[in-house]
Every structure is written in structure tokens, then in C-alpha cells.
Write a protein that binds this ligand. Sequence first.
Ligand SMILES: Nc1ncnc2c1ncn2[C@@H]1O[C@H](COP(=O)(O)OP(=O)(O)OP(=O)(O)O)[C@@H](O)[C@H]1O
Length: 240
Amino acid sequence: MTTAIAARPALSVSRLTVNYGLARALSDVSFDVAQGSCVAVLGANGAGKTTLARAITGLVPLREGKVLLDGQDITGWATHRIARLGVTHVPAERMILPGLSVLDNLRAAMRWAVPRNGRAAAIERAFERFPVLGSRAKQLAGTLSGGEQQMLSLARALAVPPKLVIADELSHGLAPMLVASVFEALAQIRAQGSTVVIIEQFVGAALELADEAVILRRGELAWSGPASVAGDQLAANYLE
Ligand SMILES: Nc1ncnc2c1ncn2[C@@H]1O[C@H](COP(=O)(O)OP(=O)(O)OP(=O)(O)O)[C@@H](O)[C@H]1O
């Protein structure tokens, strides 16, 4: 007989509390994310979703609480150390090098983490994932449209498969076709074993991809549970 051993969560946050000055933005938020799964973090404007992402990645100091990655306590670590563990935070703001071509942007993202002989294949994968970039490989990144720049930013973040990717409102301002590409890319990266935390206003698409959902309301955890039933919880918890 085999005994089921509960796998250690990829990410575990407990009692996270964050203040901006005197204002409390997150209060006592706890949840786990299983290895290789996808959790959707939902909530109205100002509910604390981005603050949660920033707290996990060390961009804002915690007032209280703990963050464990694969069981390792990373509370209070600097962002670059957390990034080195394979945690990628992709904010909606674009992280590209505008003076370089699309191709060179991807090369630069891989420079430290992908061995020289693996880069051509990795770039090919990126272009398969985002065909819109493949057709503009030589174009300067700064001359891409806003949506294309967002795609490039995501392609750069996924060029080296992350252990944990936090996708923060990536669909913001994108045309529906590009939104579909974003979700498709996140589904692929998860199929390859990455754990995904998806922060979204595009609730329907996020819940389709996610296994679990977390709903924040005014900085507090209002509800958490299976994504399949989260839709019913939203109306109540989006009310201010
Ligand atoms: N740097 C800051 N200084 C002061 N208050 C902040 C700061 N950043 C965020 N806040 C406040 O903290 C609260 C949570 O903001 P946060 O950006 O985490 O919300 P959100 O759920 O991501 O919202 P949205 O969906 O509108 O992006 C808000 O009331 C916001 O005004």
C-alpha cells in the first residue's frame, strides 16, 4: 500500500501584512500554492493584489508574516536573491530594452541562464509562442506597439522557464487576440512544470486556467477555494 505524502507547496504565504505608511494594504493573508499548479488572485481595484505580488518578491517590506518558497523561508530577502531562486514577477509595465532589436532583447534575457548552445532553440520556442514577435525579430523593441512590447516583456520573462511566475495583470490594455496569446503562454509554461500565480481583471480567462482562486477584499483574504466555484463568490466579494 502506498501512503500519499502531501507535496510541499511551491509557495506558502502566511499572515502577510503590509503597510504603506500608516495605511494597511494587506492584512493577515495566508494561502498555499501547490507545485505546478495555477492560482488566480482576484479582487476589486485597490484590494491588494499587486501589493501581494510585491510582498512575495521582496519589493515591499512585510510588516508581519512569512513567505516560503519550496519550504525555504525567503521572508525579508532582497528581490534579486528571490529572482535567483527562479521567481519571475511580470508586471503589466513593460520590461524591455527599447534600443535593442526584439531578437537581442530575447538574447539579453537568456545571457546568464541559458547556455550558448541552447539559445537558438530557446529563441525559436519564444517565436513559436509569440508569432507576432517572430515576424518582427529585427525591429527595435522601442518601436513595437504597446501590446507587442507587453508580449516581448512576457517572452523575456519566460525565456528561462521560471520555477514560479507571478503574472500581474498582463492582459491589461491588450487586444483580445493578444490576451489569448498571454493565457496560452501561461498555460504552456505551467504544462512545463512552472507554478503560476495569475493576478487578473480578466476573471473568466484566469479562472479557466487556474486550479485554485484567492479573492482579496480591502487587503484581506475574503475567500479561497477551487477555481471552478470561485465565480459564484466573486459578486459578493467585489462589492466594496
Ligand atoms: N506605494 C504606495 N503608497 C501608498 N499606498 C499604496 C501604494 N501602493 C498601493 N497603495 C494602496 O494600497 C492598496 C492596495 O493597492 P494594490 O495596488 O495592491 O491593489 P490592486 O488590488 O492591485 O489594485 P488594482 O486592481 O487597481 O491594480 C490601495 O488602496 C492603494 O491605494
